[in-house]
Structures are given as C-alpha cells and as structure tokens.
Design a protein around this ligand. Structure first.
Ligand SMILES: [Ca+2]
Length: 592
C-alpha cells in the first residue's frame, strides 16, 4: 500500500525539478476530471479484493473522415454505397499501421509477462488481467476504492488516477475500469411524479390528456404506416438490467397501437455480453423504447438489444470469490462492436442513455465515438437522447469542469459528432428546460454544422448566455441537440400500469421510428437507406422542413454564489432545440 504513495511523491518531485525519467518510470496516464456527486466512497480496496482490468492497446488507426462524410452526402457519388462487415474490416485494416499495432501489442504483452501476471484472455482491443488490488495499485500507481452510485448500491472499484510505464505511453490506450465514473443506469427516464403533483391533468389515463402514439402521428404528420415489412430495421439499445416485458408491450399495442393487430410485428430480443432479459422485472426505459418505436413501425423489424454491463463470470484465482458486479462496465463498446460485426446491420439505432461527458475518460470516449463513425460507413443512423438535466448534464449536481471551475456539463454520447442528438420540447411547445443541450468539451465543431451554429452564436441576445458567464462552456465544440421532439406526458405501460413519463429518452425512439419509416419507403423504391443523418439535416432544404422552436430556455447551473440559465431557443437553429421539431410528411416528400 505504501508503494503507490511513494511513486506518486517521487513523480511529483521529478516533475518539479525536471529530472530525466528512466524509461520504465511510471507516468500518470489518466485522471478522472471529477468524481461525480452521484458516486459515494464506501471503503478503500484491500489485498483480498481481486480486480479484473483490461488493458486496451493503441489502435494506431486513422480512418479518413472525408471518406466517411462522402458516403453520407447525397451529392457524392459514394452516397449510399455503404460497407458490409467484411468491407469495413478491410478498410479499418488499411487505415491501421499494422506494424505499429503489432509492436505495441508485443510490448504490452511482454510487460505484463514480466510482472508475472497471468493474462486471463485477450480480445481485439487488448488484454484482460486479474490481480489482487494491492498489486494493481503498485503496478499502476493507483489507489483503488469501492464506490456506490445513486441507483446502484453494488460497490465497484475505481481509482481517481493511474499511471503506466513511460516506455508504454504510445502503446497503451487506456486501462479500464479505472477512472471510469460513469454508469448508464442513471439515464433512466423520469416518472413524472413531481409534475403530476404540480400540473399533471387529473382523471383517467387516456390519450386526450397524455401523449399516446396517435397524438404524435397527428402532431408530427406521420402519414405512413407500412403494410408490409422491408429490409428496414431498427435496433433499440438496452443497458444495465433494463428489461423489456412482452405482456406490457402487448397491452400497450392493443390499447394504443396504430397498425391493425395482424400487421404488427413483435420485437425481437437479442442478449449480448451477459445481458439476460428478465420478464418478471419490467423496467420503464425498456417499455418506453419498445412501445414508442413499434407502435409506428408496425410490420418492420425492431430488435431490443440488451447489453449486459459486464462479461460472464470467470474462474477466480485462489478461490477468492469475486462478485460479478465488481467487473467493469463497458456497455457502449460491447454494443457497438456487436452491431459492427453484423452482416445485416440495423440501419437505425436508438440510444436513450447518457452520461456526463467528463465522467467518460476521453480515450474511452474516442473509441466509442470512432465506432459511431464506423456505423456511418455501414449506413446506420444513430439517434441519441441528449439527457435530462439541462446544462448540468445528466444529473442535478453542481456544475464543475475538470479543474473544479464553474462549467456547464455536456453529455455523452450525445456530444459525439457521429450521432444525431435528440432534445425534448415541452407540452406548451417550447424547448423543455430539462432537455440537455450545449457544446462538447471533447470534440470540435464539425463542418456540417458550422454555419448553423455560428449564426446562432453571432446573435448574443438569442444565446441568452452572457459573455461574462459565471459558468464556462466551449464555444468551439460540437453543438447539440440536432433536433427535438415532444418529451413530456408520454403514457407508457410498465408493470401493468399506465405510467406518465418524460425525458429526452421519450423523444428519441419516436424520431428513430420516423427514420426507420423513411428508410422503408426508400428501400421499397430501390433507394439506399439514409445513413448518417447530420449532413442531410443541416442542408438548408431539409432544415427548412422543421417546425422552428423559438421559445424556451435550457436549465442552467447554480452554485452558492451564482445562478445562470443556459441556452435559449431562437429563430432557426439554436442550442436549445437544434432545428426544432420534424414534420414527417415534409421529410418524406423531400427524402423518400
Ligand atoms: Ca429555433
């Protein structure tokens, strides 16, 4: 236990005095920006604790972004020429320096062997090792402790920082789980209990008072329900024990469905990475997602892909029992690798989970975001919920940046430029205050949105955030959401009961269903599916079909001294609602 402290002190001294560091000196590799307020320290790790850690080897890969964009640009000859799984692998191999990759792989493997640590297994990403916590602390100059987090009372081991040998800095991408204080289980939709008390209509749960599919077809001019299936497929991502329940779904479809029952296809459940759908434990997010996609898509193929948060149990060394919960969570990479490996990829993916961007270390976030760009190459439209705590990110906590400075907190994967991010509007029509929105600290603004965002930023009164803002934000970052849709008063059947629900996770599956319908229309005409949507959405003729949202302001941040609201809706694109709300009939006319 002394060793890590000593190494840290030595390092600090070494840095201050500028002493040259020996090749195998440990250097800090990653540090958590902040430990989110929703995480709670339980106890330090002890030598009895066995940790499973994965060492991701640097990929040494650079895919040409222009190549990806060309396949997503209807004006390009490459548009619609999407890659199959094998073609993608070939492209990725061609974009990888194989000699550098192999050299890194060998160096990391040699180093692990030199430490006398058994490699439990290796995968395409690197090595998995299992070792007592005190050994891991010496090896990585880390200090592991067990934490619980709100909504998850099973303690998991994390460290606020870790180091790696300086000779491996160009070979190791990251070690996980270490500084990964994220947990997608926090992104569940909110049951509107508070709202119900404040302004929810009283009386029976019916579609005259709450949002059912029929209300949305009217509001958004969804003038098409397929009579037959096509190759158009939609996949809903499910993480962290969110179970979809067949009985709830059947009841919802029979009461509120739009297709005639004979044409309604049941959804298919796919379980990966140890996920197991438990019919006895229906969960709100799963019900919401499945009910508000399939109601619109009728006979089209919809899957619920339930991703376990952890790998299957493995044999433990020395008979030390390791609760399965103490393994790491990595739902995004597992989910995306699964999708990318499919021969027939679902062309629309709906993800209603968000984390604070800064809770996801950038090295990990980059690997996830890169995979979203690979999905673009395969012709997949990815719709992601922006989050439900305004400019505070995903949670109602203090807004602090990496140095503890007052700062708005962007959300992930909403902030990745390769996804289409969906915000929420309120019942009165303006941007919903809870809808997360803002500017990424990790990714710069992509060219396809530069003009739209610059126009918004040039209008200071519209932005609503003063130049001398108390809470900082990154003016040059990827801005989101890209569009919005109603996100309040949804009527969901969960556990046999009608449950009013709100959140951007309500808006997102509806947009995903609309895209699956457009794809269906296009496929039936022999056209390619839409693919990565953003370059199309930001095209002036497409943007003009959206119903502009000009009212509403996103909830901002407050601390002991200051309070500041965040971005305001304004005419045209704005950082509260993106382009506003879609009109399906107009999009259909233009795109299908
Ligand atoms: Ca607007």
């Amino acid at each position: 236990m002394l060793a890590p402290t000593f190494v840290s002190l030595f390092l600090a001294t070494g840095l201050v005095t500028g002493l040259p560091q020996p090749a195998n000196e440990l250097v800090e590799h990653e540090r958590a920006a902040t430990v989110p307020d929703s995480w709670h320290l339980v106890r330090p790790a002890s030598h009895d604790d066995i940790l499973t850690l994965r060492i991701a080897v640097k990929e040494h890969r650079k895919v040409d972004e222009n190549h990806i964009l060309a396949r997503s640009d209807p004006k390009s000859a490459l548009y619609g020429k999407y890659l199959g799984a094998e073609e993608l692998n070939t492209l990725l191999a061609e974009s990888t320096s194989t000699s550098a990759r192999q050299a890194s792989w060998d160096k990391v493997e040699r180093w692990i062997n030199q430490q006398n640590i058994p490699i439990v297994r290796d995968s395409a990403r690197g090595f998995e090792i299992k070792l007592p916590a005190d050994e891991a602390e010496s090896l990585f100059a880390a200090k592991f402790s067990y934490y619980t987090s709100d909504g998850n009372d099973k303690p998991v081991a994390r460290t606020e920082a870790y180091s790696i040998p300086s000779s491996l800095q160009d070979d190791i991408d990251f070690v996980y789980p270490t500084v990964h204080f994220f947990d997608a289980s926090h992104s569940r939709p909110a049951e509107s209990t508070l709202d119900r008390r404040q302004h929810f209509p009283t009386g029976p749960f019916d579609c005259s008072k709450y949002v059912c599919p029929i209300n949305l077809t009217t509001k958004y001019n969804i003038d098409y329900i397929p009579e037959t299936a096509s190759a158009s497929k939609l996949a809903v991502a499910g993480f962290i024990e969110q179970y979809a329940n067949n009985e709830d779904w059947k009841e919802f479809i029979s009461k509120y469905g739009l297709s005639d029952a004979a044409k309604q296809a049941p959804y298919e459940i796919i379980e990966i990475n140890g996920g197991k759908n438990d019919q006895t434990k229906p969960q709100l997010e799963a019900q919401l997602d499945m009910e508000f996609t399939t109601a619109f898509t009728g006979p089209l193929n919809v899957t619920y892909t339930l991703v376990g948060g952890r790998p299957p149990a493995q044999d433990q060394p020395g008979n030390v029992p390791v609760p399965i919960e103490e393994n790491g969570q990595e739902p995004y990479l597992e989910f995306l690798d699964h999708l990318l490996a499919q021969d027939e990829v679902p062309q629309v993916v709906s993800i209603s989970y968000t984390d604070d961007e800064q809770a996801v270390p950038q090295s990990y976030a980059n690997q996830v975001c890169d995979r979203f760009s690979y999905l673009a190459l395969r012709g997949v439209s990815v719709l992601v919920a922006s989050g439900d705590a305004g400019a505070q990110g995903t949670r109602f906590s203090s807004c602090k940046g990496p140095d503890g400075e007052p700062r708005f907190v962007p959300t992930f994967p909403a902030s990745c430029p390769w996804v289409t991010t969906v915000g929420a509007t309120a019942g009165w029509g303006g941007a919903a205050g809870f809808s997360s929105a803002g500017f990424s600290n990790y990714w710069p603004r992509p060219a396809w949105q530069e003009a739209a965002v610059a126009g918004y930023l040039a209008n200071n009164t519209a932005v609503g955030v003063a130049e001398d803002a108390w809470f900082a934000w990154n003016k040059t970052g990827r801005a989101y959401p890209d569009l919005s849709l109603r996100g309040t008063d949804f009527l969901v059947i969960n556990g046999g009961s009608p449950t009013p629900t709100k959140g951007t996770s309500a808006s997102t599956p509806v947009v995903a269903a609309m895209v699956a319908l457009l794809n269906d229309l296009r496929l039936k005409k022999g056209m390619p599916v839409l693919g990565f949507l953003n370059p199309i959405l930001y095209r002036s003729d497409v943007a003009a079909t959206f119903t502009d949202v000009t009212d509403g302001v996103i909830n901002g941040c407050a601390n002991a001294e200051h309070q500041q609201s965040a971005f305001q809706a304004a005419p045209g694109w704005d950082a509260a609602s993106g382009w506003g709300e879609p009109d399906f009939a107009k999009l259909r006319k233009l795109l299908a």
